[in-house]
Design a protein around this ligand. Structure first.
Ligand SMILES: C[S@@+](CC[C@H](N)C(=O)[O-])C[C@H]1O[C@@H](n2cnc3c(N)ncnc32)[C@H](O)[C@@H]1O
Length: 244
C-alpha cells in the first residue's frame, strides 16, 4: 500500500517549494558551512531547488548535489546561479561518486526522509566512504517532540491567505518513529495533496549511527549561530568528523 519512494515528496512539492519555504536569510548557514568545508568540495544530500547550495557556491565553495527528484532538480536548473553546480539524480541512502569531499551536509530535516533505520545507518556509512580524512558530515534536524501528537495524530494549519488554506494531517507511529502526512492545499480550484513521510530520531541515535560509520561527534549546536544545545533546543546542528 506504500507507493511512497525517495522522489515522491520532491516531485509533489517542486512547483510550490520555493514559495512555501523561502527560508529566510541563508547567510548564517552559508557562513558556518563554508567554514566547516575549509578548502575542500562539499556535497549536499537532497539539494532540492538550491536554497542553500546556490549561496554556498556563491561564497566560493565547490558544491555538488544529489537528489532523487528530477522535478526539484529541474527547478534548480532553471536558476542561472546554479549553472556551476553538478547534481546527481539518485537516492542518498547509498551512492557511489568518484569525488571525495571535505564536507557532506544535509539540512532542513532531510535526513529523516530515509524511512527505515537501516537506510539511515547505510547513509552514514556511504557518507563516511565519501569523506576525505578529517572531512565532516553536518546534519540539521529537529529534536523530536512527541507532545505534538494527540493519540497518534496531529492536524495543523500552515497558511491561510486570499487563495485558500494549507493544512497538514499527520499520523504518528512511535514504534517505527515514523510520521505519515498529507499537506492539503484547498483553493477555489479544488484540493491538492502533497504526501510527506519521515522517520525521526533523537541526537543520541544519530551519534550511534555515526560511531558505526567510524565518525566522531565534533560539535552540536542548537542552531547555525552556534547557540548552545540544551534541553530547550528544538533543532540541532550536529557535526561529525572522520578521523585523519
Ligand atoms: C525538504 S527538501 C530540502 C531541499 C534543500 N536541501 C533545502 O534545504 O531547501 C528535501 C529534498 O530531499 C530530496 N530527497 C528526499 N529523500 C531523498 C532520498 N532518499 N534521496 C535523494 N533525495 C531525497 C527531495 O527530493 C527534496 O529535494
Amino acid at each position: 500500500m506504500n507507493d511512497y519512494d525517495a522522489s515522491t515528496y520532491g516531485d509533489g512539492v517542486a512547483d510550490v517549494y520555493d514559495d512555501w519555504y523561502p527560508g529566510g536569510d541563508p547567510e548564517p548557514i552559508v557562513h558556518r558551512l563554508s567554514g566547516l568545508a575549509e578548502d575542500g568540495p562539499a556535497l549536499e544530500l537532497g539539494i532540492g531547488t538550491g536554497r542553500i547550495a546556490i549561496p554556498l557556491a556563491a561564497a566560493g565553495v565547490t558544491v555538488h548535489g544529489i537528489d532523487a527528484s528530477k522535478a526539484m532538480v529541474a527547478r534548480l536548473r532553471s536558476k542561472a546561479a546554479a549553472s556551476g553546480i553538478p547534481v546527481t539524480i539518485g537516492d542518498f541512502t547509498s551512492f557511489e561518486l568518484e569525488h571525495r569531499f571535505s564536507l557532506v551536509y544535509v539540512v532542513f530535516n532531510t535526513f529523516f526522509s530515509l524511512l527505515e533505520q537501516e537506510d539511515q545507518v547505510c547513509c552514514f556509512q556511504t557518507v563516511a566512504d565519501h569523506l576525505r580524512p578529517e572531512g565532516r558530515f553536518v546534519l540539521e534536524c529537529f529534536v523530536p517532540d512527541l507532545g505534538r501528537f494527540d493519540r497518534g495524530q496531529r492536524f495543523a494549519v500552515h497558511a491561510i491567505d486570499d487563495e485558500g488554506i494549507r493544512v497538514e494531517a499527520t499520523l504518528h507511529d512511535p514504534v517505527r518513529q515514523g510520521v505519515r502526512s498529507k499537506i492539503v492545499s484547498l483553493t477555489a480550484d479544488g484540493a491538492r495533496f502533497y504526501p510527506l513521510q519521515a522517520r525521526y530520531c533523537w541526537p543520541s541515535e544519530l551519534d550511534l549511527m555515526a560511531r558505526l560509520a567510524g565518525l566522531e561527534l565534533e560539535q552540536r549546536w542548537g542552531g547555525w549561530s552556534e547557540e548552545p544545545f540544551t534541553a530547550a533546543s528544538v533543532n540541532h546542528v550536529s557535526v561529525y568528523r572522520k578521523p585523519g
